[in-house]
Design a protein around this ligand. Structure first.
Ligand code: C2E
Ligand code: MG
Ligand code: MG
Length: 767
């Protein structure tokens, strides 16, 4: 018996030391763990070492005071350990990052109060006293509890009980897969309580109650730091697999299906217990399937009941730790929707949404492809344009306009053969590329002459023009081919009679011409190849009062070029701005020289409507007269009515500004077609230039004079002076003078002249 007790003392001392060491190691590992809870666990394990040591002293001591010290270390240390367990519980039972249990202040209060009263025990003996018990010759000091010790037990057990309750609550609150880790701690606590109770009720003189807590500390370490809830992972993974929208099959190494999810059952048309049928069913659907080692992805297309479906099959094998094949899994994804969406997107990017025809970009690509894949060049590009489409939109509605475009698209479809490609180039223009002999020009012409768009009861005859370019060189850019077809279309003048025009030799030469002179214009300006000729303007007495500056190009190779050979080209490409600026500068220079020579004449310069688009005409002209010190009233500016066709208010403001500055503003080419007397009253002009050649189409001179007379009377009423240009004969001059015209310009007086000649002419005339 004696041996056994001695063994108990040594044995427990040994056991306590081992547990204390183990706690120390665990605390070290836990403190270094990357887990958030690591530090808290380390604190628990460290805090358990002092009471464990206290307990060891109690067991190992035969001296009363030493045993008493052991009891004090035990109880006070236990209070600190309880506090660390509270902190641990808070962390362990944390529900989310933000939500953490808070320790009630009373817990700290009770523990501190308990520590104080325990510390006072050596003086008052109110907590406990010791009684030596002889066990087979050895003295152990058994505790006789007093009031203070009961208080200590109540405090510790109350708090520990509360913690155990919290773990129990967590066990019930958490999902099945998660509750294991709480249950483990709760059970450990219950075992400690059992161990404590055993000691308490067994009345054994050898106190080893702390051992339970020591082991509890090790369990806390295990469950917090080492334990990986594999079950939880398994469960989660299988939940994910089960909820996948894709069909998933798991096969053993022999290709036998061992598991599938619900989409898998649906796809293979099998029940949960028909796993054996899966491989065969899948092969019925998708053909031979390889179940071997490795991985692969393949696409399958299945046509059934007139419906096409796309699937992506992804097979992957997996091996165990010793690299042996454990099985494989197959994921089958229905990609039909995705495929359809991509197809739709592709279609949308290539097709115009209104007409369903190819977009310009796609049309160009298709034509390029066709041209590159054939050897012949017998093709044409056709540019289809709806005339006055804006009016269709404005008069009817954009909805009707849309209907019209759709019907034109339908018409184009109806006249096309499979060899043709066609599309919508832009708003109201369409493009066709066709083998020459597939395009029936006569048929198209006859159909275009009666092309009517209908929408409900509404019917409208739409004028469509077609320009045709014959492809001569395959390498020409497609856009250039259509530009040429477009150019051909623009040559149509009798628009109601002719619907089709070709890009022919004449046009080709014109394009070449335009390109050449455009490339030369800047040099021509610099070298004064382009220069003003002056055409005299006379008054009723035949006296020269001024001149109009008209551009001439004296080309080093081509010789004398009148403005109709280059002005329209530059009007179109915007280079007119450079020519006009040059002409205004020249006019100012001449005026400055005249001023010096004492010649009191004015010069009219032409302003193109395009100038207003590209430059600030007003400030440009103002700064020129300032630069040359010219009186603004000597520089007259000629504008045509077309200037007013865009941004009329702004243009009127500019003219007002010019007049305020002292310039005389003239309206050129009155009678050229657009002019209306009605507009005159709103236009801030000083002089009306009536062009006889625009008014003399009838050939009846009497009628012509009556018209001019009325225009003059009306402009007089409006306070606008009139100038008649294109005066070619003495009779015309006299008649015009008679009906009240004040200023005259025309071949009757002189053609436009080079400056020197003009100067001579004027001085001779005005002698
Ligand atoms: P415009 O401004 O109406 O100029 C008058 C045109 O009528 C001039 O033709 C002139 O030579 C011609 N003309 C003058 N008297 C008679 C006549 O008795 N009978 C006939 N049949 N014609 C006569 P030109 O010089 O060929 O200019 C043609 C047009 O070119 C001008 O018409 C003007 O619109 C434009 N133009 C000429 N120079 C310039 C310029 O520097 N800038 C701009 N923007 N346009 C210019
Ligand atoms: Mg003019
Ligand atoms: Mg004119």
């Amino acid at each position: 018996m004696k041996i056994i007790i001695t063994d108990i003392r040594i044995g427990f001392s040994f056991l306590f030391t081992i547990v204390a060491l183990a706690l120390g190691v665990c605390a070290f590992i836990a403190a270094r763990s990357p887990r958030e809870i690591g530090k808290t666990v380390a604190k628990v394990d460290l805090a358990l070492i002092p009471p464990l040591m206290g307990n060891l002293i109690i067991i190992g001591s035969s001296v009363k005071n030493v045993a008493a010290a052991g009891y004090h270390i035990y109880f006070i240390g236990m209070n600190i350990a309880v506090l660390s367990m509270v902190e641990f519980t808070n962390m362990y039972c944390k529900i989310s990052r933000e939500r953490k249990h808070r320790t009630p202040k009373a817990v700290y209060g009770l523990l501190i109060a308990d520590i104080i009263q325990l510390l006072l025990n050596p003086f008052f003996g109110h907590a406990f006293s010791l009684e030596g018990v002889d066990v087979q010759g050895k003295t152990y000091y058994k505790l006789i509890p007093h009031l203070g010790q009961y208080f200590h037990r109540v405090v510790d057990n109350l708090i520990l009980g509360a913690l155990a309750l919290l773990f129990l609550i967590m066990v019930f609150r958490m999902s099945k897969v998660n509750r294991g880790r709480y249950r483990a701690i709760f059970v450990s606590m219950m075992l400690v309580a059992l161990w404590q109770s055993f000691y308490f009720f067994s009345k054994t003189p050898v106190n080893r109650s702390m051992l339970g807590f020591g082991i509890f500390g090790l369990l806390v370490f295990y469950f917090s730091i080492c334990f990986r809830p594999l079950k939880l992972l398994d469960r989660m993974l299988s939940d994910i697999a089960a909820e996948m929208v894709q069909a998933l099959y798991v096969f053993d190494p022999n290709g036998k299906c061992v598991w599938m999810n619900i989409p898998g059952m649906k796809l293979a048309d099998v029940k949960e217990n028909e796993l054996d049928d899966v491989p065969a069913k899948l092969e019925d659907l998708f053909g031979k399937i390889e179940f071997g080692e490795g991985r692969y992805k393949l696409e399958k297309i299945i046509d059934s009941n007139g419906e096409r479906k796309y699937y992506l099959l992804e097979m992957r094998s997996f091996n165990d730790d010793s690299k042996r094949l454990s099985g494989s899994f197959l994921i089958i994804r229905d990609t039909t929707e995705e495929k359809m969406r991509i197809k739709q997107e592709l279609y949308n990017s290539c097709h115009d949404s209104l007409t369903g025809l190819y977009t310009r970009q796609h049309l160009y690509e298709q034509i390029r492809e066709k041209l590159d894949s054939t050897t012949g060049t017998d093709f044409i590009t056709v540019f289809v344009d709806v005339k006055n489409f804006k009016i269709v939109n404005d008069i009817f509605s954009t909805a009707f306009g849309d209907r019209a475009l759709q019907q034109i698209a339908d018409w184009i479809r109806s006249i096309m053969t499979p060899d043709c490609v066609y599309g919508r180039l832009a708003g109201d223009t369409f493009g066709i590329f066709a083998p020459k002999d597939c395009f029936d020009v006569d048929k198209v012409d006859s159909e275009l002459s009666s092309f009517t768009v209908a929408d409900g009861s509404l019917e409208y005859h739409i004028l469509i023009h077609v320009g045709i370019y014959e492809v001569t060189e395959k390498d020409t850019e497609i856009s250039v081919m259509f530009d040429r077809a477009h150019l051909a279309l623009k040559t149509i003048t009798d628009e109601y009679q002719t619907h089709i025009a070709y890009y022919d030799k004449k046009l080709r030469e014109k394009v070449l011409w335009d390109q050449q002179i455009s490339a030369e214009v800047h040099e021509a300006i610099e070298e004064m190849q382009i220069r003003p000729y002056l055409q005299p303007i006379a008054d009723v007495n035949g006296k020269v009062v001024g001149a109009e500056a008209l551009a001439r190009w004296i080309h080093p190779e081509r010789g004398f070029m009148p403005p109709n050979t280059f002005i329209p080209v530059f009007e179109k490409n915007g280079m007119i701005v450079d020519v006009d600026r040059h002409m205004w500068r020249c006019a100012c220079k001449i005026l400055a020289e005249w001023k010096k020579a004492g010649i009191d004449l004015f010069i009219s310069v032409n302003i193109s409507p395009k100038d207003f688009y590209f430059i600030n005409v007003v400030s440009e002209i103002k700064s020129l007269v300032e630069e040359y010190g010219v009186d603004p009233s000597k520089l007259r500016v000629e504008i045509t009515e077309t200037v007013m066709m865009t941004d009329a208010e702004d243009r009127m403001r500019m003219m007002d500004e010019l007049r305020k500055f002292g310039f005389i503003v003239e309206m050129d080419d009155f009678g050229s077609g657009y002019s209306s007397l009605n507009l005159l009253k709103d236009m801030p002009v000083d002089v009306l230039k009536i062009d006889m050649k625009f008014l003399s189409s009838s050939g009846d001179d009497k009628k012509l004079m009556t018209i001019i007379k009325n225009i003059i009377i009306l402009s007089d009423d409006l306070g606008i002076a009139s100038l008649t240009e294109g005066v070619e004969t003495k009779e015309q001059y006299e008649q015009l003078a008679e009906i009240g015209c004040k200023l005259f310009q025309g071949y009757y007086f002189s053609k436009p002249l080079p400056i020197d000649e003009f100067n001579k002419f004027a001085s001779l005339q005005n002698e």
